[in-house]
Design a protein around this ligand. Structure first.
Ligand SMILES: Cc1cc2nc3c(=O)[nH]c(=O)nc-3n(C[C@H](O)[C@H](O)[C@H](O)COP(=O)(O)O)c2cc1C
Length: 546
């Protein structure tokens, strides 16, 4: 090929372009030669034409596979665009973490990469869901119209009655809360002071309904694994269910990947009032899965998760954190960063990640008070609530906007009942003093009430879907049993025969019979066993919170 300097302008341009492309390809080939020396093509004879030879080579054009096959092969060999983007994000973040100040261009690139990787996929899912929703609504409209016409014998005047009966048969639509943030959101859900915690395998629908009947003003789902939820219909069916009476409700998710969390949260946003991120789980499974309290060391990632959900969801995002060890200022700074990233409500558990199991120990209400003082979003205090009076003490000590209970409310779902909340939101002292050990008759009544709710709303909802029956599946059975053992703990201590029967009970009736028999025997446990479930799990905490 020769490019005479005296050629026409167009020709010079074309040739120069060809040379430039060829030069680029050569440079790329040279860059790859190091990889080829070690990669799958390393045994290729020197000088042999690789499959991706430039199309300008006639020999290669003959030997090359058809374009579609070549493209597929190239795609298989290349890392996906998403992987490449993730790698670039990690590289840039590592440079930042190493103290380097990135150039303006590099910062712009990082923003662009994050947007493409974290926000865009969620938007696409959202758009797809909106399209599906519109199709569903159209279909429902046609169904209602058809039913109305049938009900009125084709007369137009009967349409309303027909539509009403069809609407009555349809499941109730959940009331939507406007996507407000911070205190506007808190007000929109009724300014809840008395909050029931997220509890794996325990804050499922029937138990939430029970706690609501006895004063809980806001409930959380158990922690949901975002990855499984986004990818498995079976997991979704087993791990999330709700109903019209189950509001306000916050769905709690665990995960470390913004796009996955957003995909999962988009699937529930129409059925809940907010989505919560779990930054508090201290268990080994959370360490291995890189979520919960093990993200507390990675504030940048935590903030990114919050930001992506805040931008991608139509409902607010909230967080639940544990305090950081040693330095209260670090906990405050972290909470402020979460607020700035878009967190609308923050629950602070006044214990560190290491305070678990035997090491649970005392809860620190002072740190919750300090966080509350610095933040402009609602703060919920968690930890150290054993009886109703503790709620009042905790609110006074922390000035928090609400109080969350977990272990104590499992044993006493009516924990909040004696508390009166007035129209200004202030919580009065309990109307009755809680007994150190709840009367067994009362506990049995609560257990029966729970069983009744569980018959209507299976704890693991997929059981009903699969079998068409309200009888237990193994998972529901485990959840029910776990509740009954906590509710009836003191009574079962002295009635070992009933404890064994409960252990082996398989159906609602068998469970219910054990509870009825325990109720007939009445009485309270003797002193040795007379230690509430909460106390047994909080030994070393001495007289409660600081
Ligand atoms: C059975 C059980 C399950 C729990 N599951 C969760 C959970 O899914 N998500 C979460 O953030 N915390 C979970 N926790 C922690 C509680 O929400 C709460 O932070 C902790 O128990 C301290 O509150 P307490 O002193 O009132 O028990 C769980 C606690 C218990 C006892």
């Amino acid at each position: 090929m020769s490019g005479g300097a005296g050629g026409g302008g167009l020709e010079v341009g074309v040739l120069a372009g060809c040379r430039a492309r060829w030069g680029c390809w050569r440079a790329a080939r040279d860059r790859c030669s190091g990889q080829l020396a070690h990669g799958p093509l390393a045994n290729m004879a020197d000088g042999a034409t690789p499959a991706a030879a430039p199309p300008s080579s006639p020999a290669a054009a003959v030997a090359a596979p058809p374009p579609a096959a070549a493209a597929a092969a190239a795609a298989a060999a290349k890392p996906s665009a998403s992987v490449a983007r993730k790698r670039q994000i990690a590289e840039l973040e590592a440079r930042q973490a190493g103290g380097e100040t990135l150039s303006k261009n590099a910062r712009k690139k990082l923003l662009k990469l994050r947007y493409r990787e974290e926000v865009l996929p969620g938007r696409k899912v959202q758009q797809r869901q909106q399209r599906q929703q519109r199709r569903k609504q159209k279909k429902e409209g046609r169904r209602i119209k058809a039913a109305a016409t049938a009900a009125s014998g084709g007369a137009v005047g009967g349409a309303v009655a027909g539509a009403a009966s069809v609407a009555a048969a349809a499941p109730p639509m959940a009331p939507r809360v406007a996507p407000k943030v911070g205190f506007a959101f808190f007000e929109a859900i009724g300014r809840p002071r008395l909050v029931a915690a997220p509890m794996v395998n325990q804050s499922e629908l029937p138990f939430r309904l029970l706690m609501r009947r006895y004063g809980a003003q806001l409930c959380y789902t158990p922690m949901i694994d975002a990855r499984s939820f986004a990818s498995s219909a079976a997991y979704r069916a087993a791990s999330f269910s709700t109903c019209a009476a189950d509001r306000p409700l916050i769905a709690q998710f665990a995960g470390d990947d913004p796009a996955t969390l957003l995909r999962a949260a988009l699937l529930v946003q129409d059925d809940v009032d907010a989505v919560d991120l779990n930054f508090g789980c201290p268990q080994g499974i959370a360490r291995r899965g890189h979520y919960g309290a093990f993200l507390l060391d990675e504030p940048d990632l935590m903030c990114r998760l919050v930001r992506v959900l805040h931008e991608g969801l139509s409902v607010p995002v909230t967080c639940k954190v544990r305090m950081l060890p040693d330095d209260p200022l670090a906990t405050i700074a972290l909470c402020q960063r979460l607020q700035d990233a878009g967190c609308s409500l923050l629950t602070v558990h006044g214990r560190t990640r290491d305070q678990k199991g035997q090491m649970t120990g005392r809860v620190d209400w002072d740190i919750i008070a300090a966080v509350k003082e610095k933040l402009s979003i609602p703060v919920i205090a968690n930890g150290g609530i054993e009886v109703a009076e503790d709620v009042v003490r905790c609110l006074e000590a922390t000035r928090a906007d609400g109080v969350m209970s977990s272990e104590a409310i499992l044993a006493c779902p009516d924990l909040f009942e004696p508390l009166q909340v007035d129209s200004t939101g202030s919580v009065g002292h309990p109307s009755r003093t809680a007994a150190a050990v709840p009367a067994m008759e009362r506990q049995c009544a609560l257990a029966q009430e729970y069983l009744h709710l569980a018959r209507q709303h299976p704890p693991s909802p997929s059981a009903t879907l699969a079998g068409g029956t309200r009888e237990h599946d193994t998972r529901s059975n485990g959840i029910i049993k776990s509740h009954l053992f906590k509710l009836l703990y003191t009574g079962l201590q002295t009635n070992e025969d009933l404890r064994d029967r409960l252990q082996f009970a398989q159906t609602f009736d068998e469970h219910s019979d054990v509870v009825a028999d325990l109720s007939k025997r009445g009485g309270q446990a003797p002193a040795a066993a007379a230690m509430s479930w909460y106390r047994r799990h909080r030994r070393g905490e001495a007289e409660g919170a600081t």
